[in-house]
Structures are given as C-alpha cells and as structure tokens.
Design a protein around this ligand. Sequence first.
Ligand code: WTA
Length: 636
Amino acid sequence: MSESTKNSSMNSDLHHPSAETVDAALIKDYETLYRRSITDREGFWAEEASKLDWFQKWDKVLDDSKKPFFKWFSGGKINIIQNAIDRHLKTWRRNKLAIIWEGEPGDVKTFSYHALNREVSKFANVLKSMGVKKGEIVTIYMPQIPELMFAMLACAKIGAAHSVVYGGFSVEALAARIEDAKSRVVVTADGGWRRGKINDLKSIANDAIKRSPTVEVCICVRRTGHDVYMENDRDFWYHDLMGLPIANPNCPTEVMDSEDMLFILYTSGTTGKPKGLLHTHGGYAVYTSTTHRYVFDIKDEDRWWCAADPGWITGHSYMVYSPLINGATLMMYEGAPNHPYPNRWWQIVEKYGINILYTSPTAIRGLMRFGEAWPKRHDLSSLRLLGSVGEPINPEAWRWYHRVIGQERCPIMDTWWQTETGGFMVTPLPITPLKPGSATKPFFGIEIGVVDEHGKEVKRGEEGKLVIKSPWPGMARTIYGDADRYVETYWKEYEKQGWYKAGDSARIDEDGYLWVIGRIDDVIKVSGYRLGTAEIESALITHPAVSEAAAIGLPHEVKGNAIHAYVILRSKFTPGKELEEELKEQVVKEIGPIARPEAITFMDVLPKTRSGKIMRRVLKARAQGLNEGDISTLEE
Ligand code: WTA
C-alpha cells in the first residue's frame, strides 16, 4: 500500500503515514504518551530504564541537586556492554548477525553477536595487557572498519573511556584531542579506502603522536597493506596482538556506576579549542536505545543502516550503541557513496535487504545530482523507513528522498539533536503526519521552547532561540576537564529559568511543528559536519603569510554551507591564485579535507567591533548582498 498524501487546510504538503505503517508502529498515540512523559518524567524514564539489564537498580531516577550537573539513575550499576552484547548471548540472538560490513573495494565481513563478543573480549584483554585502566581515555583514530567498533566496545567493556577522532581529521586536530584527553594508548589503522585512494591514517597518527608526550602505545590495524612507519616498542600490529595468548576470548564486563564516563567526543564551539562532551554509561544507554526503538520502530527482523561515520555522535549513538542494545542487525560501509558509481548505496540496500536507512541531507543532495536512473536500477522495496540528520533538510531534497528512494511508501524521520544531547530531541515517529523540512515534535520527556533573549516565548511562526526546558537522560554531563565552560556555553544565558541553550534558531508553526533554521553561534555546518569558525581561523593564521583571518559559512547547494575565509596578509606577501590555493591546503593540513575553504578573499581590513571582535555577521551579509543590520558597534 502506498502512503497517502492528503491536503490539509493548515499546510498543503502534509504526508500522512499509510495504514500499514500505523499498524506496525510501536507507538500509536503520541499525544497521550507525551503528556504522561512530561507529567511523570521520572516514572516514564524509570519504565524505559527497566527494559535494560542493571547489575544493581538505581536509588534515584533524577538527581537535580547540583544543577546543571544532573545525574540520572544514580546508585545504579550497569555497563552498556552488558546491554549491547552480553545479554543477547543468553538468547537466540547469540547467532543473529550483529554487523554486516562491506569495504569500499567490495570485501565483506559479518559478525554474529557471538562473534562480536569474541572480538570485543579479545581486544579488551589486549587493552588490559597494555595497562589500560578503568577511567582512562583511549583515543581511536580509524577508518570505517569493524575493528573501530571492536575498539570502542572493548574500552567500554573494561571501564575505560574512548575518544573517537573522525578519520577525516588531520594532524593538528588529532594532536589537540590526544593532548586534551591525555591518552596513553592510541588505536589506529594503516589507512582506509576512500574513492579508490588510501587515506593514510598512520602517517597522520605518527605526526600527531610526535606532538603528544602522553602516548606510550599505538595499536595499528592493517587495512590497506601499504608501507607505514612503525616505531619500535611503541607501535604494535593489531593482528599480532590478537594472535597472542593475552587475547583471551573471555573477559568479564566491568561493573560501572550509572554516572561513570563512557566516552568523550570532541565537537566544535565558539572558541578554537574543541570541547570534549562527556557521556555516561547509564543515562546514555537508556536514552539512545529508547529513542532508536520508538522513532525507527526497530523490530528483530530489521536490517538497520545508519550511513554515518562512528567518528561523530550520530555514529556513536545510532550506528554502534543503540542498534546493538536493541539487538538489531546493523550495516556498516567503509567508503564513498558514489564509488565506483553513484549507485553504490542503492546496490547495498538491494544486496543486503536494508529496511531502514538513516543519513544526512548532504548525502541525499549529493546523490540526487546524479539523477533518478541510478536508484531506479535497484530493488529498494525492502526499505520501510528513512531518516535524516545533521542539518535542516530542504523540501526539495526531502521530496526526492521520499519519492525516489522511499517510493512514497517510507516516512522520513527528520531527527533534530546534537552531540550534547546524546540522542534525538525533536523528531517524528512513524505515525506522525510529516511536513517536508520540519523535525516535527519533541520526543517523550523533552520540553522545548523558541524564545527571545529574555526567555520570552516568541509568537507562533516567529524565529527565536531554541531552548530545552528540562533535563533528559542522554544529556552530556559536562565538558571534559572544563566544567566552567559547560555552564558558560549552555546554561548561563537562561540561568534564571534553568534552560539549556541549543545554539540553534528555529520557529514553531501553528500546528506546533518545529522548523530548525540553523546555528546562531560561530559554528558552521558543512555537509552536516560541525566546524568552528575559530578553528579555521587558527589554521589559517599558522601560515606565515597571514596576519588576520575570519571564516564564515555561506549557503551551498550540496553541502548546506560552505566555508568562505577572509584574510589580511602580512606586508611582504601579495595576494594571488597560488597563495589562495596554498592557504586552502594549509587548512586541510591542519584540520582536514572537510574544512577546506571554498573561497579565500584577500582584505585590507576586517569589520570589527570597537573592542576588536570580528563581525562575521557583517561579512556574511555583505557576501550575500543583504542588509548589514545593526552596525552601530562597528569600528570606524
Ligand atoms: C544541526 C548532529 C536541522 C543543528 C546530530 C544542531 C539539524 C547541530 C538537524 C548539531 C536536523 C542536526 N534539522 N538541523 N534534523 N540535526 N542539526 O553536534 O544545527 O554534529 O545544533 O550533532 O546540527 O550538530 P552535531
């Protein structure tokens, strides 16, 4: 049966779910359960938490005595691995596929829950033999290969925390993250495949480790097999270690406090220094598994594909942890969506019978460019639900995704959330009537508002700042090593009300649907990747020709936003095409290819406030030929 598209008096483009979708849905009445989740928040979350395995039950669901440092399920003893792996081994799921992995060159590996447990336990013992202790942070810098998941899960199993650094980041970004986490152990690979080329991770890791005095051990997976430099007594091959008797396949899962650190994940903010958001075992396990189960209606027979990278929060929450907690079969693909041809993803959907695909608007727009003929060559009838994340999805891309990929049968779950929130915050359920481009309504237990700078609710349909009005179990607990910055960044502006400031602008329409507009701080979403203007500016300033730099995001057809940089040169240097290229390369070298500026403009002066702050807003308005707004603070 195909989804019916009815006209509504409120909105001419409202997509109602089919009777089949509603029949299959876990939740059939959003409003009633939502009301209950707000009036009895703790009761709601206690019930969801009871669906997990606890070594010891919690004393208190929510402890808000030290706001904004909330605690969830305190007194409870748990380990996310007990839920993501161990408990499945006692059921028929032991022999169910946990992971289907395909490499870019076409090699395939699969792991049942039994096999996953073996690999994770062995590597957990390897980490222990390297002296890894509960509470220490292991940095993981890897391509999209199963060993990346094994490394994350092995850390969690023995109570160590992981800090996964996206494999597209470069030397400077990696070194800064290793330094902040004071990692003693780094897990990497010789490289990964991307569009037929090798992404030479080990060389980058070698350079980063040179700058990182804390690193004693580097474990390297052989993936691409090209020659790499291995330092004596510091570097070890993964396969060598996994072949030793120390890699025993039995390893007890460490009993953790609910509030113990599970991982830190660095993300960009207003200043140049990336912030490590800290997530914990208990609340994060409850929140990610609940959101995943209800929003994507996960069933045991499903094959779930979150086409993100584990190096970002989407990968952590919805590629690794929640699918495994929910006992799903997950798909992982190493390479580019258009390699060797633009049908690669559709081929994967057909080949493995994927039921749910969760990806970003940038990926959709990118694949849309190649035309409908590519997906049409494949049988996509296994798909039942689609998802979108990372940036606002423009209605044109939404409609293409819905019509061509979902064949007007699959509702699209447009999920709004952040590294800081751990999981979905505003999202449809499969039963929600959809409007292309709207993330619709808050998830259970979540109260949102769109307000002005005084905290006053703006009128329906008007733009304002998005805030979250009450705590939720998946929230980041702090910024690693910088609790003051955590308070300052998220909780200071609406301290009186006790609200969390999301950093996005948005509006709520007459039906109560949320429309996210974009970031209001100095964060740019490029292809859904989160970058800080300050990071890009610092990278530019490391070049000897640059005396000052400013970076802004401007709309881009595929990437959503593209980086435009403005630089003032030192006196001995002259502007030119060659220097422009060199500066772009400098940013790639320092941060990574995702941060490569689209254009660089040479300037004599930059618009600044009298106190010397660069007015990026003015640069942005000028570049787009828009009104510069209030420039009364602009320097002469
Ligand atoms: C943006 C990614 C509109 C938003 C999970 C947010 C979105 C930032 C959506 C967080 C969406 C994410 N619609 N905007 N469905 N999802 N965003 O930390 O600006 O990488 O603040 O987390 O992405 O980015 P982050």
